[in-house]
Each structure stands twice: as C-alpha cells, then as structure tokens.
Design a protein. Structure first.
Length: 294
C-alpha cells in the first residue's frame, strides 16, 4: 500500500504509458491526415460520451474500492482477534504447567496469519510456518490443502487438550472457541474476495468503452485544436485511463502489488503484539520501502 502523501505521478505513468503511447501515435496520425487532407469531422457528442463514461468508470472504481476496504476491515478484525486469543490463553492458563501450551497457541497464531497472507498472495507457505513452529508441530497443517485452516483447527484441538487437563473450564473453552470462530469468519471473507472477481462485464466493458472514446476523441477535436490535437487528446485520454487503472489496481486487494492491503506489515504487527504478550523479544515494526508498505 502506498503510504506517502505525495502523488506518485511516475507510478501512474508506468501503468498507462503503453496504451497512452499508442493513442498519442493515433492522435498524430489523425492530425496529419486532417492537415494534409482537410475533412469535416463528424459531429460527435463527445461531451455526452465523456460524461456517461465518467459515471461508468466511477461506479466501477467504487465497486473495486469497496472490495479493497472490506479486505482491510477483515484484516483489522484479524489483528484484534489475534490479540484476544493470546490474551485469553495467557489469562485463562495461569498454571505453570500450562506455560508451554500458552506459547504454542501464540506461536501457532503467528504462523497462522503469515500462512494466510501467503495463501492469499499465492506464495509458498512452508517457510513462514516453519519459522515459528517445529516440523513435527507444523507437518499436519502443511499436509492440508488449506494450511491456514489446518493451523486454526490445531489451535482448537490444543484448547480442548487444555480443558481435558483441567487448566480451563468449559466456559473458558467456549470463550476461546468464539474467538477462533471470529478468525475463521474473517478468513472466509478474505477467501471470498480473493476467489470471486468482479463480474466480467465490470472489467471488459469499461476497458472497451474507454479505448473507443480515446480513439474517437482526436477526430472530434482536430477541427478545434488543430496542431494541438495530440497534446489535448492525449491529456484527456490520460485522465480516463488513469481512472480505469485505479479500478483495475483495487479489484484484487491481495495481488501483492503496491496498491494492495499491507498484509506483511499487519502480520508483523500481530507478531510483535503476541510475542511481547508472552515476554519474548519481538522484531521491529515493518517500515515502508520507497513509500510503499507491503
């Protein structure tokens, strides 16, 4: 996620320069043809076309942003739930014999959020899980198709073991299970966003209409702008292409690009809070790299 307040004009240009270059060449061709072989440009209601296209693109961007914001909200809930499960483990298991169980639950939760991050970004999960858990502890979960869900199931079983050992009662177990349910619900919401793209019409039609409008634009402007047509038409096309790119950037908030939800930074926040809650040394907060928090 870009965290700098200064607009990143370079980033916008990098995303639209290819179609913009093609459109600029087209604008030059239209201008040259008009200057050498003057023609009367057809009367095109470009203002009407542009207004309708702007509304269409705005609706698409809003739909994409809703997905991005829901993803950020779900990860905010994940941070809170992670803190809650660690606090419950620490407070409900004061027995000195349960110290290892507390540590296991905390480390499993840290491994869980990092495994979920990698799954959403379609990255390998083995390394991040083995960073916090032993191979024997991690193996059953790594054998699962959904490693993160396997880790969560394992945490639930360890809470049940704590009840069987008499370290917690059934009421405390129910409270901890309620937190695990919240975590599972947040994971399900994230997977829904990741696995359910916007309908194809939301992606294809705005792209088609934007490029058609950009192609017609110099034909409608050449009589008025003359030699300035390539500049005026390209600048106008840039605005529409930039809005189109914004919607495309936000539609998948877990694609591991500069516009995505900062999963790595939020996982680091969870790691710091949970390790400090059991008295372990914690890493430093993740800092932005060139204005981007990953």
């Amino acid at each position: 996620m870009i965290v700098t307040s200064v607009p990143r004009a370079k980033q916008i240009f990098l995303e639209v320069w290819k179609p913009l270059t093609v459109l600029f060449i087209w604008d030059v061709i239209v201008t040259i043809i008009y200057m050498r072989f003057p023609f009367r440009a057809p009367s095109l209601p470009l203002t009407l076309f542009g207004s309708v296209l702007a509304l269409f693109l705005g609706f698409r961007v809003n739909s994409a942003y809703d997905r991005w914001w829901e993803a950020r909200t779900l990860w905010g809930a994940m941070i809170n739930a992670s803190r809650n499960i660690a606090r419950a483990a620490r407070n409900f298991l004061p027995d000195p014999q349960a110290r290892d169980m507390i540590r296991t639950i905390v480390l499993r939760q840290i491994a869980y959020v990092n495994a979920l991050r990698c799954q959403l970004r379609k990255q390998p999960v083995d390394e991040v899980v083995l960073k916090y858990l032993s191979e024997d502890e991690a193996h059953p979960s790594l054998e699962r198709v959904n490693t993160a869900n396997g880790l969560l199931d394992g945490t639930g079983r360890r809470i049940d073991i704590a009840r069987q050992n008499g370290w917690i009662d059934t009421i405390q177990q129910t409270q901890m299970e309620a937190v695990l349910v919240d975590i599972a619900n947040a994971q399900g919401g994230m997977e829904r966003i990741k696995n359910t793209p916007l309908p194809n019409q939301y992606r294809f039609l705005p792209t088609l209409f934007t490029h058609v409008f950009a192609i017609l634009l110099p034909i409608g402007l050449v009589e008025t702008l003359g030699y300035a047509t390539p500049l005026g038409s390209t600048v106008a096309s840039l605005m529409f292409l930039a809005v189109l790119a914004i919607g495309e950037d936000l539609v998948d908030p877990f694609a591991n690009t500069v516009h995505d939800v900062p999963l790595t930074g939020m996982c680091r926040t969870i790691e710091i809070d949970l390790l400090q809650s059991i008295g372990d040394e914690a890493p430093k907060p993740l800092q932005p790299e060139k204005g981007v928090l990953w």
